[in-house]
Write a protein that binds this ligand. Structure first.
Ligand code: IPE
Ligand code: IPE
Ligand code: MG
Length: 235
C-alpha cells in the first residue's frame, strides 16, 4: 500500500451510465451493466490498494423511481445479481456490507439479497461498504427524527440527552463523517446524497462517466483531495 493520505470515508455518486450508453448507441440498461462491472473492479482496487476504510455508494435514489418501469426493473435485477454473486470478492475481502435507505417499494428479491449480504458480511472487519439504495438524504433525516421522537415518547430518551452522537446513531447507519465525495459525469450537485454526513466533506466532480471511471481516474481524483486545505472552521 502506498504511503499517502487517503480519505477515511469516501462517497461515490455513480452518475453518467445513461449518457455513456447513449454515446455508444446502446440502451440505458447497457450503461448500467457497464457501470456495475466497473464498480466491482473499482471496489477491488479500493479495498486492496488504498487505506480507505468506508465507502458509501449512491446506487439508487428515492427519486429514481420516477424513471421508466423498464429501467427501474432492470436496475433492480442488476442489484440482485450484484449482491448475490458479483460482490463475492468484496465478501472474501473481509468487507462488511451495509445498506442505507427505505425498504418500502423495493421488490422482495432485492430485500432478500440485501439481507443475505448483510448477514454474510456482518462479522467482517477490514472495511465497510455502505450501499445507498432507495435512499434520500432528506428521508434519512425524517426517519431519524421519527426514531428519536419514539424514544422520547416511550421514555427511553430525555430531550436534553439528544446529542450529535444520538443523531448519528439513529441515522440508517452510524458511520464516520464523509471526507470526500466524488460525483462522476460532470454534474455539479449532490442530488440528496448523505446531506447530514457530508457537512465538512470535500467534493470532486470529474467529467468522466461512471462506466469509464477506473482506478486511474480514482487516483487522479484522490490527488485533488490531497491538495485540499481542510480547515474545519480553523483560521
Ligand atoms: C447513474 O447513471 C445511475 C443511476 C442513477 C441509477 P444515470 O442513469 O443517472 O446516467 P445519466 O445521468 O442519465 O447519464
Ligand atoms: C443521483 O443521480 C442518484 C444516483 C447516482 C444513484 P441522478 O442521475 O438520479 O441525479 P439527477 O437526477 O441528475 O440529479
Ligand atoms: Mg444521472
Amino acid at each position: 500500500m502506498k504511503d499517502v493520505v487517503y480519505p477515511n470515508h469516501l462517497g461515490i455518486i455513480m452518475d453518467g451510465n445513461g449518457r455513456w450508453a447513449k454515446e455508444r448507441g446502446l440502451n440505458r440498461s447497457a450503461g448500467h451493466k457497464a457501470g456495475a462491472d466497473n464498480l466491482i473492479n473499482l471496489l477491488d482496487y479500493i479495498y486492496n490498494n488504498t487505506s480507505i476504510k468506508v465507502v458509501s455508494l449512491y446506487a439508487f435514489s428515492t427519486e429514481n423511481f420516477k424513471r421508466e418501469k423498464n429501467e427501474v426493473d432492470y436496475l433492480m435485477k442488476l442489484f440482485v445479481t450484484l449482491f448475490n454473486s458479483k460482490l463475492e470478492s468484496i465478501k472474501k475481502n473481509n468487507v462488511k456490507v451495509v445498506f442505507s435507505g427505505r425498504r418500502e417499494n423495493l421488490p422482495n428479491s432485492v430485500i432478500k439479497a440485501m439481507d443475505k449480504t448483510t448477514n454474510d458480511t456482518k462479522d467482517n472487519t477490514k472495511g465497510i461498504l455502505n450501499i445507498c439504495l432507495n435512499y434520500g438524504g432528506d428521508y434519512e433525516i425524517v426517519d431519524m427524527t421519527k426514531k428519536i421522537a419514539r424514544q422520547v415518547l416511550d421514555g427511553s430518551l430525555n430531550i436534553e440527552d439528544i446529542t450529535k452522537e444520538v443523531v448519528s446513531r439513529n441515522l440508517y447507519q452510524d458511520l464516520p463523517p464523509l471526507d470526500y465525495v466524488i460525483r462522476t459525469s460532470g454534474e455539479k450537485r449532490i442530488s440528496n446524497f448523505m446531506i447530514y454526513q457530508s457537512s465538512y466533506a470535500e467534493y470532486d466532480f470529474p467529467d468522466t462517466y461512471f462506466p469509464d471511471f477506473d482506478s486511474k481516474c480514482l487516483e487522479e481524483s484522490l490527488d485533488n483531495y490531497r491538495k485540499r486545505d481542510r480547515r474545519f472552521g480553523n483560521a
